[in-house]
Each structure stands twice: as structure tokens, then as C-alpha cells.
Design a protein around this ligand. Sequence first.
Ligand code: PMP
Length: 403
Amino acid sequence: MQLSRQISGIHASGPDGWDAFRRARAMARAGEPVIELTIGEHDIRTDPQILDAMHRAALAGATGYPAIPGILPLREAVAARVSERTGVPTGVENVLIVPGGQAGLFAAHHAVCDPGDKALICDPYYATYPGTVRAVGGRPVAVPCRPGNGFRPDPADILARASGARSLLINSPNNPTGVIYDRATLDGIAGAVREADLWLISDEVYDTQVWEGRHLSPRALPDMAERTIVIGSMSKSHAMTGSRIGWVVAPEPVIAAMDALATNTTYGVAGFVQVAALFALSLGAGFEAEIAEPFRRRRALARALLEAQNVVRLIPSGGAMYLMLDIRATGLDGNAFADALLEAEKIGVMPGESFGQAAAGHIRVALTVADDRFTDALSRLLAFAARLAAAPEARTARLKRVE
Ligand code: PMP
């Protein structure tokens, strides 16, 4: 029996970007001492006080079908948080509670793209972005964010691809690069999307992981609230990846349309998870800073190690739980380097090529293991890169073995 083109087309042919993660995970499962610096999962679990709130809510009866746009107090809390942090007046009618940022990304593209429409995504991108666009029948079109431009999009590159497009998806603080878009970058993006009459889908799931500079939501820029759909999540901010809880903030008609989508797909988010999320939000910015702190610390450790050598270059960045490293001086591309590093040093990293074309020759390192293991892994990674850069014959031998 034949499957629909829409669902069969979600995965483009060839690798889907997660190969390096799967290989490292398989080796770890087989008992090898692998240090996984691959995916964006905290090395702590959800705080017990949040789990207690979830448990209490379930025992108190929040186990029936949930309210679909989300329970009112949670929507109110999200609206208040967004109003306070961005200055944009936001009411419950602007908020839909969804099972994680990923569901929000899907709903946003479903809301604005018809089958066959182009949806622009900034490259490098979080690995699910192209599949999310294809899942709604859209055609993902990459806007290159070049290393020479600090991995920021150039408005001219957006406009050059805008004909026939419905939306542009941006992500700041950025996965995989860690780059935070400053005001000038966001003004340029806003100008381009207004000129081309595009929706702006702004993935802000890393908004609490800011190490340098300031997170600015493009929804707060002049005339942008009416065309901006913001994706928020508690996965990263509250270490609640497994609870599947996030939100979409958008103009009221968009939220109303997405309510209908949710009724016919997810049928909402478990009530006890929503109550726990409300409790977690009540812990405030101090709690969020505590969750982010280990990444800030490890980033500082990494910077000290990186400054002491000159083979691997750190991409200047200000946020998110990752570092993007330029490893071109080793003579390998990101895929070959990640393969060779896993084989030789049992350290898993993500090749830049997993996130599109623009980050080829780079690797993404997640700041997600304990400080001592992280320092050990990064030191060995840098020594490995130095050996490759110093001895081209070692590189050739390694490439042969990897093939
Ligand atoms: N956007 C980005 C940029 C991400 O990195 C992730 C998860 N790694 C998500 C969205 C999805 O997060 P979740 O569905 O867990 O909220």
C-alpha cells in the first residue's frame, strides 16, 4: 500500500542530520566509554519540586481531557511573561499551549503554508526544520547565513529567495551556532519580511540561555506583532524536555486557527503537565538562571581551552547550550572530523553539515556533560585536531579508515 507523498517526503533522501548522534548513542549503549556532546539535553533531570507539582495535580484529578488552547492560568502566565519580557501587550487570546516547541513549529508552518509553498529557513538550522516544512507540504528553502557574516542572515539573501515564499523561520539564540541576533540584524530581517510580505516564525526556545548581549524578540519591533509567530518551550529553560510543553504566541486569528489544528491532532497537552508548567513558571527568572548556569560555566571553561591553541576557532556567539567550532584547519570536513573523533577518542559531536550547507567544515559541541568530563573531552578534541593539522599523512590514513 502506498503512503502519501506528504508523509513519505518528510525525510529527504540521504542522511537526516541525526546520524552522528545515533552512532555515538549506539556505541554508548554497547558499553563503550563515549562522551556525548551531541544533542541539546541537559545533564540534570527535571527539578523534583516540578515533579511534585505534576504528581499532586494528577492525584487531584488533572488526568481527564485537557483544555485545548491550554488551561487558562497557564495561558495567563505565559501572556504575562511575554508582555513583561518583550514589552508587547499579550493576552490569553495570543497564546496556545502545545506539546513542545517542535509541535509549535509544525503548527506555525501549517498555519501559513499551503502545499507547494516555499518556506524560508536560515541555514545553519536546527535539524528538524526542513522536515517540519515538508511535513505540511511546504518546500524548505535555505537562506545561507555565512560564517563571514557571523552566521547572521543578510536581508538581501532573504529578499533574493522571497518570491513565492510565505514565511521565514529564524532562531535566536541560535542552534547550532549560539549566535544571538542583535537589534541591527533583527531590524534587517524585519525590513525584508515586511517588504516581501512574509510571516516571521521566531523560534525563541533558547531565550533564557544568554551569556553575552541580550535576547530581543522580533515581535517587539515596530509593525511586527501582526506578522510574527513566536515559538516558546520549557524544554531548555526548565529542563523539562520529556514533559513536552511549550507555547505559540501569535495574533489572535492565528491562535484560533491553531486551536482547530490542535483539536484535530494532539488534542491538547496533559493537564498535569500544564499544572506543573504553571508551577515551574512561578519559580521565576532566578530558577531559569540556575538551570542555565552550568552551560555558562562550561562555555567559560571552553573559551579558556580554545584561547590556548590556534587550530580550532570558536565562532563568536552569545547564547544557547552549544559551541560552534571551525575545524577547517584540520583539513577535514565536519562529517569526517566527527567520524574520526568518535572512532579515535570516543567523543561524539555533531558535524556542521547536519545543520545545512552553511556550517560545513564546522562541528557543534553541546555543553551538556559534567564540567570535568567536558574539559577532558574538549582537551582531547583539541589535541586530536592539532595532530591532524600538524600531520597531513595522519589525516589521509584516518580518512581512509573512515571510508
Ligand atoms: N527549536 C530548536 C532550535 C531546538 O533546538 C529544539 C530542541 N532541541 C526545538 C525547537 C524543539 O524543542 P522542544 O520540542 O523540546 O520544545
